[in-house]
Design a binder for this molecule. Structure first.
Ligand code: ADP
Ligand code: MG
Length: 361
């Protein structure tokens, strides 16, 4: 098992002609990943997730800072001894090699080809299919999902210390994805490997991760368990990124020590931010309740969307030209055009600075 330390890493991409503006993909990044930990990097497209994985793998050199495996700088470890299994989003398999050769490459180089079948069996367990039937085929005779399985098999068929997965299940059928995550989690525990896993799917993040690192523009915004990030986001960015249905936001201003959202039924909540400053109130749709007419704030139903698997219904409502969402029982009968009355569960409201997006305590 191996700990990974990223010390003050920065990475800029320049185009070869040096005519385009350079892209600062990773910006002063510090992260320690404990031996055996499963860390998920989660963030919007372009925030630097793939670049970070490539830096950890030694496929890219940082402009500054360093990567350590345990206490040793990555540069000092020969490539053949790094013990990395990688699955990348668009991993290119060698076109004229059939799968068996691809998967067995590492072990065959070391005269240990007899170990290959056991590794292949391991992967069959993760991906839930009979991978043996793919072993004789060339990449051009494999579907996207099959190529991905072969890549996963190759990642496991070696002396493994560290798994680096970049959206590994993106091309698997939905049916296998859920199963694949559970099996992967079980296997990394059994094999005692460290895992760095990239996804933009928060359900996947939740099921795989010991810890989630939320990234934005090459930096860490916040890291922690899914629950901690979901319940105590440090910013509007994290609050909106995590949790479905998405958190509602209401704009307001601080007046006389209270948040004053005039269109929210003149709600006044104590808020310690400077007088006159603009503050966003965030509240998750599950913390908005329907109440009897005359009790809460009236709003108009625009759409009613059932989520059968998740067992709730989402009402999209309009209130003074703003659209927001309420999570209600699946059996709820409200139709578009109906007037409903609702009340926010004020204890569950969170404040964010409207300019910086930072959470206000
Ligand atoms: P993610 O995986 O989170 O989508 P990437 O690490 O692929 O993000 O990219 C981070 C940023 O760096 C993006 O703005 C991307 O366009 C840029 N980038 C990535 N690879 C290169 C490259 N080889 N040359 C130039 N820019 C790149
Ligand atoms: Mg990527």
């Amino acid at each position: 098992m191996r700990a990974i330390t990223l010390e003050n890493i920065s990475k800029t991409y320049y185009d070869k002609s040096r005519q385009l503006t350079p892209v600062l993909a990773i910006n002063n990044f510090d992260l320690h990943i404990a031996a055996g930990e499963a860390v998920v990097l989660l963030g919007p497209s372009g925030c630097g997730k793939t670049t970070l994985l490539r830096l950890i793998a030694g496929l890219e050199q940082p402009d500054s800072g360093r990567v350590l495996y345990n206490q040793t700088p990555l540069d000092a470890i020969p490539v053949g001894e790094r013990g990395i299994g990688m699955v990348f989003q668009n991993y290119v398999l060698i076109p004229h090699w059939e799968s068996r050769r691809t998967v067995g490459f590492f072990l065959r180089l070391r005269d240990r080809e007899d170990e290959v079948p056991a590794h292949v069996e391991t992967v069959a367990k993760i991906t839930g299919v009979d991978i043996e039937k793919l072993m004789g085929r060339l990449p051009r005779h494999l579907s996207g999902g099959e190529k991905q399985r072969v890549s996963i098999a190759r990642a496991f068929a070696r002396d493994l210390e560290l798994l680096l997965f970049d959206e590994p299940f993106a091309n698997l059928d939905a049916k296998f994805r859920a199963q694949a995550r559970v099996e992967l989690k079980r296997l990394i525990q059994a094999f005692n490997v460290t895992l760095v896993y990239v996804t933009h799917d928060q359900v996947e993040a939740m099921s795989v991760a010991d810890r989630i690192v939320i990234m934005k523009a090459g930096q860490i915004v916040q890291s922690g368990t899914y629950q901690a990030l979901h319940d105590e986001p440090n910013s509007l960015f994290v609050a909106e990124f995590l949790g479905r249905p998405t958190i509602n936001r209401f704009w307001g201003r601080v007046s006389q020590g209270c948040w004053d959202g005039s269109y929210m039924g003149r709600a006044r909540l104590p808020c310690s931010h400077p007088e006159g400053s603009e503050v966003i109130l965030g509240i998750r749709p599950m913390f908005v309740r329907l109440v009897a007419a005359g009790e809460g704030t009236p709003a108009t139903v625009e759409r009613s969307i059932p989520f059968y698997a998740e067992k709730y219904r989402l009402l999209e409502v309009w209130l003074r030209k703003r659209r927001w969402q309420i999570q209600v029982e699946l059996a709820d009968q409200h139709a578009p055009g109906d007037t409903i009355h609702c009340q926010l569960d004020w204890d569950k409201a969170q404040f964010f600075d409207a300019k910086t997006g930072a959470r206000i305590a």
